[in-house]
Design a protein around this ligand. Structure first.
Ligand SMILES: [Zn+2]
Length: 353
């Protein structure tokens, strides 16, 4: 490998990576929830490009191509396998375009190719594993073709699938990030512990190991502490911005609050009715700060992320980003501001408002 540009940056300090494109594109009305196929790169490339730019404006140093779920198996499920390569290439081209167009004053962005959980990986099923390897290989090939600066493998809940992803990624000779996503059993589905999986990923040559998705700050941080102690390489931390807890460690089974007036028709809060569990920006900022204090430099937010939360992560670890220009300024609020021009009859009324 030539110089490892990702590692060089992480050695100097925090690097921010916005994830969570799936939820945000769905929220904006360009993707069917549940099905979750990123057709947006073909159907509405301008929407995807703009979201990348918003994350970049908010401080993301990495432009991750939105190819999550854009793999052969998912395209087979929806009967559009012929669009697989165009979808991937379009997502990669959009990401590259934005990465090359970094705002003034920011560090040049890195474009990341992306592979993730296939959902057909099965223990002891060599044939299924071979199919998954093929899916990874073709996607990494397109990412390299389209000029990826680094590769991200993410949201793996089988240790062996993560190892296979890394093996394929490493052949491309680019910096590699491998983040895993243990489900509610608090271990990998093939039985390996979370920490042991990260240790093994490091031994197998990942530049960054860590956790993304499924878990909010409260149920991700305890694992991160252990991982940080157990490995020497850089660690990544990209939680979901939802209030998971010991009883419900992931967002899949979070029950609704008692005051919900109209539960979701499919019977669970995931993925369309999680709103009442949303973390506020300060909670996300605090998480990033704590992670950074632990020595974790690869930081971001996964499903549920929005540009405001990415700015919060960046600023919480001492970075100034283009969107810092518009940071909150309660000073000038019409009732709660301290500005001398705010009339007293308005500031006095604040508690009754
Ligand atoms: Zn996610």
């Amino acid at each position: 490998m030539k110089t490892n540009i990702l590692k060089e940056r992480l050695d100097k300090g925090p690097v921010i990576c916005a994830e969570g494109f799936l939820f945000e594109i769905e929220r904006r009305g360009y993707m069917a929830s549940g099905e979750f196929v990123p057709m947006v790169s073909l159907d509405h490339p301008e929407v995807l490009e703009n979201l990348h730019r918003e994350f970049q404006h908010a401080g993301s140093d990495i432009v991750e191509a939105f190819t999550y779920n854009g793999h052969r198996e998912k395209m087979r499920v929806i009967g559009k396998e012929e669009l697989l390569e165009p979808l991937n290439r379009s997502a990669l081209k959009i990401a590259k375009k934005v990465a090359l167009d970094t705002p003034k004053g920011s560090q040049p962005n890195l474009m990341a190719g992306n592979i993730s959980n296939s959902n057909i990986w099965k223990e002891d099923d060599k044939q299924a594993q071979k199919v998954v390897e093929g899916m990874f290989s073709e996607m990494i090939g397109w990412a390299v073709d389209e000029g990826a600066d680094m590769l991200i493998g993410e949201t793996f809940y089988y240790a062996e699938e993560a190892f296979k992803a890394l093996e394929v990624m490493k052949k491309a000779n680019l910096p590699t990030v491998l983040t895993i996503s243990p489900m509610g059993e608090n271990k990998m589905r093939d039985g390996k512990s979370v920490v042991d999986t990260c240790k093994e990923l490091e031994q197998r040559g990942a530049d960054v190991v860590g956790l993304n998705c499924f878990r909010g700050p409260a149920t991700m941080l305890p694992f991160l502490k252990e991982i940080r102690k157990a490995v020497k390489c850089h660690v990544g931390a990209l939680p979901i911005p939802y209030r998971t807890n010991e009883k419900f460690p992931t967002f899949f089974n979070l029950p609704d609050r008692d005051d919900c007036g109209c539960p979701s028709p499919h019977g669970r809060t995931f993925p369309t009715a999680l709103d009442p569990h949303f973390c506020n920006r300060y909670e996300i900022g605090q998480f990033a700060k704590w992670a950074n204090i632990l020595g974790i430099h690869y930081l971001g937010v996964c499903c549920g992320a929005n540009p405001m939360l990415i700015r919060e992560v960046a600023e919480s670890v001492g970075l100034k980003v283009p969107a810092s220009k518009y940071r909150e300024n309660m000073e000038n609020h019409f009732m709660y501001g301290k500005n001398k021009r705010i009339p007293k009859h308005m500031t006095d009324y604040g508690d009754k408002a």
